[in-house]
Design a protein around this ligand. Structure first.
Ligand SMILES: *Cc1c(COP(=O)(O)O)cnc(C)c1O
Length: 360
């Protein structure tokens, strides 16, 4: 039976990448070593990391005045590193509150400065993105932070906020590389790798050079972007194996036609699931406003929550795994990142149709 893993993160990885990693596990390119065993300062590993960065730059068309950093600590550590590095003498920063990850990020930022919440979706249980013309922005803000895809609530921006001269900062953990982006509109982008890129343990930061180098007093060396940018992410030991796997994912994306091709498939996949929900006569329900529905994480509930257990059990029996919704939301959640094949989504949609016919 083919297994399809709908986990929100750590999440499914491309099958061909796992096969290649298995192939190279004990002896990378005739070196006699596993990538895990290599010195991060040796020529073999250095070539792996350099290639990963080069491919990432090419895939996302990252301009030359941006640094790419391979860090650890997850997106959660960026919740602190962003204010520590980007407040740069200003008193406050602007944040958009669109759900669970925004909330965590905002409460962390409050440890370092004042936070101005420019807009919140709390009035409708974070089921929508507040319209840009309602945002109460501060022209003197150090930066404007938003979460382009809320992994738990399933709301996603299909537009980029125009922050003017205020640097725009984005937590792209769960939708980076799922659609083309114009990096030049951003001051800083960060993402934990474990959703759409590779294994947990690697965090990617893309930051405009002029924003580096003016940290809050007392900022630890390891939490200063300058430390990592000046040392090509090798100030200390980087998460070498995670970077290697991410590099294989980047090579695979290039072979497949890049991010624009990914986006096409992602639209097809998301439309399949939302159509199944919308065509179910209310048997399935997605709480998110139609225009703000995520292509990556699709939360939905069953008309009768008493059927949840049956739904999950039967899905499991068909190899459709990890569909249980986040504990704060309940119901189901289908995460369909880049690495989820179209066939997996079709299998899910077929199952949803059969299940609703049987119980509807
Ligand atoms: C998963 C996730 C996080 C947390 O990532 P960690 O790497 O576990 O710290 C933060 N933000 C978003 C949008 C996420 O999806």
């Amino acid at each position: 039976m083919t297994i399809y893993n709908f986990s929100a993160g750590p999440a499914v990885l491309p099958h061909e990448v796992l096969l290649q990693a298995r192939e190279e596990m004990l002896d990378w390119h005739g070196s006699g070593m596993s990538v895990m065993e290599m010195s991060h300062r040796g020529k073999e590993y250095m070539s792996i990391q350099a290639e990963a960065e080069k491919d990432l730059r090419e895939l996302l068309a990252i301009p030359a005045n941006y640094k790419v950093l391979f860090l650890q600590g997850g997106a959660s550590q960026q919740f602190a590193m962003v204010p520590m590095n980007l407040l740069r003498g200003k008193k406050s920063a602007d944040y958009v509150n669109t759900g669970e990850w925004s909330k965590k990020c905002i409460s962390e930022a409050k440890k370092f400065g004042a936070v101005n919440v420019v807009a919140t979706g709390a009035d409708k249980n974070f089921s929508y993105i507040p319209a840009f013309d309602t945002w109460q922005r501060d022209p003197n803000a150090a930066y404007l932070h938003y979460t382009p895809n809320e992994t738990i609530g399933g709301v996603e921006f299909n537009w980029v906020p125009d922050s003017g001269s205020v640097p725009l900062v984005a937590d792209m953990s769960s939708n980076i590389m799922s659609r083309p982006i114009d990096i030049s509109k951003y001051g800083l982008i960060y993402a934990g790798a474990q959703k759409n890129i590779g294994p947990a343990g690697l965090t990617i930061v893309i930051v405009r050079e002029d924003l580096i180098g003016e940290v809050l007093t007392g900022t630890p060396t390891m939490l200063d972007y300058k430390t990592h940018s000046e040392n090509d992410s090798m100030y200390n030991t980087p998460p070498t194996y995670g970077i290697y796997i991410a590099g294989l994912v980047f090579q695979m994306l290039k072979r497949k036609g890049g991010i624009a091709t990914m986006e096409k498939t992602n639209i097809t996949k998301a439309n399949l699931v939302y159509s199944a929900i919308d065509a179910s006569n209310g048997f399935y329900h997605c709480p998110v406003a139609t225009s703000d529905r995520s292509r990556m994480n699709i939360p939905f509930t069953l008309k009768d929550a008493a059927l949840d257990g049956d739904f999950l059990k039967q899905a499991d029996a068909r190899g459709l795994l990890q569909l249980k919704g986040h504990r704060s939301v309940g119901g189901m959640r289908a995460s369909i990142y880049n690495a989820m094949p179209l066939e997996g989504v079709q299998a899910l949609v077929n199952f949803m149709g059969e299940f609703s016919k049987l119980h509807g």
